[in-house]
Design a protein around this ligand. Structure first.
Ligand code: ADP
Ligand code: MG
Length: 319
């Protein structure tokens, strides 16, 4: 490999028919579809913080684009383009080939084109910017929740937190059960189709990257409302409760990170439309509570009493 430019040409340059100009010039040139707004978001992943040196490079490629696409999903935007800035400690052909394979597989799933970026030597760091499109006025913002809205989540919660505890040796699981939760951590699937299908139906949305309570809290703060959740209604895989002490399972489900599911609110009159949208998108959704006019977030336990919530999360696994 003779230079940075050969590296970019070999691993990160592909045809970009949806861009007026892609990789190779000082800038990419992009034309949004007529009448559409652009939705732009960036996420950075650092070795040691967001992934570990032993993780599969294809998985790192998948996840680094997936977590960015999750932000477009949470806005209801259609993915169009991405840029990739990457710092590499060395040029490792096998690593780069696998990373690019994971990245472009995720890109192809959602019709997104890599149109530029930056490449430099340094501690492994991946910074991606994604650009999507949405008709003006239809974005699923954090500030649109209204008192009386149902609160919904897609998929299941807590699997990624459990997989992380297993991987870090803090939690024992049978292999067959570990195999059920590990994909949530290493191969998250951004809920792009669901976000698009919820345009005009949901009042607000966010993707759950830092735990349900924290992320729902952002909707509540921006919308100046409160929420009441039923703990028993939160969707989980059965293994979550099978392996974990009740208080730890509660933390995984309420505060575990890396779920990349959507949390959104919609009026009760639109329940059927929410279910139809989820069905069209091929993803389950579950109603977990209501938005309240009073501020504050209350989680009701099985005894009809509010749970006292601790945000200590992962530390509970420590022996
Ligand atoms: P400049 O010096 O003008 O910043 P670079 O030499 O950094 O340009 O990059 C050359 C071209 O390659 C640019 O079009 C840039 O967007 C693209 N590029 C650089 N790194 C990447 C990458 N990791 N993935 C995709 N495109 C990249
Ligand atoms: Mg550059």
């Amino acid at each position: 490999m003779s230079s940075e430019f050969d590296l970019i040409a070999k691993y990160f340059t592909r045809a970009t028919p949806d861009a007026a100009l892609g990789v190779g010039d000082d800038c990419a040139l992009l034309a949004p579809s007529p009448g559409m707004q652009l939705a732009v978001s960036s996420d950075m992943l650092l070795e040691g913080r967001h992934f570990s040196p032993q993780d599969s490079p294809a998985g790192i490629g998948h996840k680094s684009l997936a977590v960015n696409l999750s932000d477009l999903a949470a806005m209801g935007a259609t993915p169009r383009w991405a840029t990739l800035s990457i710092a590499l400690p060395e040029v490792d052909d096998a690593w780069l080939t696998a990373f690019a394979r994971g990245f472009f597989r995720m890109a192809d799933l959602h019709g997104i084109e890599l149109v530029g970026g930056d490449t430099t030597r340094g501690a492994l760091t991946i910074s991606i910017t994604v650009i999507g499109e949405i008709p003006p006025g239809l974005a699923l913002r954090r500030d649109g929740a209204q008192a009386g809205d149902d609160i919904w989540v897609s998929g299941v919660l807590g699997s990624a937190a459990m997989a992380l505890a297993y991987r870090q040796g803090r939690l024992f699981m049978e292999q067959i059960d570990a195999a059920r939760v590990l994909p949530a951590l290493y191969l998250p699937m951004p809920r792009v189709e669901l976000g698009i299908a919820l345009r005009g139906i949901a009042h607000s949305a966010i993707d759950i990257s830092d735990g349900l309570l924290g992320d729902l809290g952002h909707i509540l703060a921006r919308s100046q409302v409160g929420a009441r959740l039923e703990f028993a209604s939160l969707p989980t895989l059965p293994v979550v409760h099978g392996y974990l002490h009740e208080a730890v399972a509660r933390d995984c489900v309420l505060a575990g990170g890396d779920d990349y599911e959507l949390c959104f609110t919609a009026p009760p009159t639109k329940r059927d439309r929410v279910l139809d949208a989820a069905n069209d998108a091929g993803i389950s959704v579950t109603r977990i509570g209501q938005i309240t006019a009073e501020a504050g977030l209350i989680v009701i336990g099985s005894d009809d009493q509010p749970l006292s919530i601790e945000h200590t999360g992962y530390d509970h696994f420590a022996a």
